[in-house]
Ligand binder design. Structure first.
Ligand code: NAP
Ligand code: ZN
Ligand code: ZN
Length: 354
């Protein structure tokens, strides 16, 4: 077994604290990864605080993992020691259902194995995430990070990047398409960069005007504050695609009104509360309300290669792991530009804390 240091939530709503645990020795197809950076996704906060219910503790969060391969199992063919790799939101799936066979492992009929807050496929080992020194993952669930991208700013691509790339690609964002991104946070700022690189006309809908200059710098063509009521009348019937990345409940009916005929509102944010939707919001204009969950392995690699080609990474604020609890509060306060990334050297050099 491989002794691993991490930071865990021992209980819901408790501060994360040092935690020691073991990773399995590599099996035939496993890759052992020295974790160098891990992004902080708002989903980490939701789950560590048990806002969606059913959280499993102790929980080492983290599913935006970037690191270097240090060891491989005897049957591994895709990676070798020294490769720069990433791990995203899941580390396994059934591999045989219709969706796994199509590379849509995130929709596996048996349920994907979450990188943390899940049971491994043996049904008894708790999976643990990337706020840790090492992870052991089957090579088929590991991604290659292009050489052109630094590991720290690439880490958030593993969740925030693919979560936006997948719906933008599915709903065909590109030249001639008007795309609005609601929420300029970790997901939202990646949406701006990716939609812009795909050639779409991009609008940011943010609570205030505070993030306007940043949004334009990242590729937004237009920017509106949703606190201004006139935004909704000015933009009525404007967009082909509206992507909601907001972590709190907002009025989906109001945003459906911003769609053209046949437009789609795609929900990515997962608030604790349910959001009611009226039939008239949908039938007036044959509008669609849809959702999207991260992306499969094949599409995640495609996204990473796209980002390598277009030099797209996340705008990050690097922190030491000892600052993770303060960072969580700042994520909830929408006070991060635009993703916290933990430098795992701060964990490796703090063995005395364990
Ligand atoms: P984040 O960095 O906290 O960004 C969320 C943004 O939403 C904030 O920056 C803020 O943008 C806006 N916002 C926050 N509170 C709001 C409120 N009360 N009213 C209106 N707008 C508000 O979070 P994230 O990491 O991007 O994650 C966003 C959500 O997506 C979370 O719920 C997360 O769990 C979920 N998620 C889903 C998937 C998926 O596969 N579907 C994957 C990853 C994450 P402004 O300051 O611009 O208003
Ligand atoms: Zn995430
Ligand atoms: Zn499956």
């Amino acid at each position: 077994m491989i002794k691993t240091l991490g930071y865990a939530a021992y209980k819901a709503k408790e501060a994360l604290a040092p935690f020691t645990f073991e990773r399995r020795d590599p099996r035939d197809h496993d890759v052992v990864i020295d974790i160098q950076y891990c992004g902080i996704c708002h989903s980490d906060v939701h789950q560590a605080r048990d806002e969606w219910g059913g959280s499993l503790f102790p929980m080492v969060p983290g599913h935006e993992i970037a690191g270097v391969v240090t060891q491989v199992g005897p049957a591994v063919t895709k990676y070798k020691v020294g490769d720069r790799v990433g791990v995203g939101c899941f580390v396994d799936s059934c591999r045989t259902c219709e969706y796994c066979l199509q590379g849509l492992e995130q929709y596996c009929t048996q349920g994907m194995t979450g990188t943390y807050n899940a049971m491994e496929r043996d049904g008894k080992t708790l999976s643990q995430g990337g706020y840790s020194t090492t992870i052991v993952v089957d090579e088929n669930y590991v991604l290659r990070i292009p050489d052109a991208l630094p590991l720290d700013a690439a880490a958030p691509l593993l969740c925030a990047g693919i979560t936006l790339y997948s719906p933008l690609s599915h709903w065909k964002a590109g030249p001639g398409k008007k795309v609005a991104i609601i929420g300029m946070g970790g997901l939202g700022h990646m949406g701006v960069k990716l939609a812009h690189a795909m050639g779409a006309e991009v609008t940011v809908l943010s609570q205030s005007l505070r993030k306007e200059a940043d949004s334009r710098r990242l590729g937004a063509d237009h920017f509106y504050a949703t606190s201004d009521e006139t935004t909704f009348t000015k933009l009525a019937g404007t967009f082909d695609l509206v992507i909601n990345t907001v972590s709190a409940p907002i009025d989906w009916n109001a945003y459906l009104g911003l769609l053209k005929v046949d437009g789609a509102l795609v929900v990515l944010g997962v608030p604790e509360e349910q959001v009611p939707v009226g039939a008239f919001s949908l039938i007036m204009g044959r509008r669609s309300l849809a959702g999207s969950l991260i992306g499969g392995i094949k599409e995640t690699q495609e996204m990473l290669d796209f980002c390598g080609k277009h030099a797209i990474t996340s705008d990050i604020e690097t922190i030491a792991i000892q600052g993770v609890n303060e960072a969580y509060d700042r994520v909830v306060a929408s006070d991060v530009r635009y993703r916290f990334v933990i430098d795992m050297a701060s964990l490796k050099s703090d063995e005395a804390a364990f």
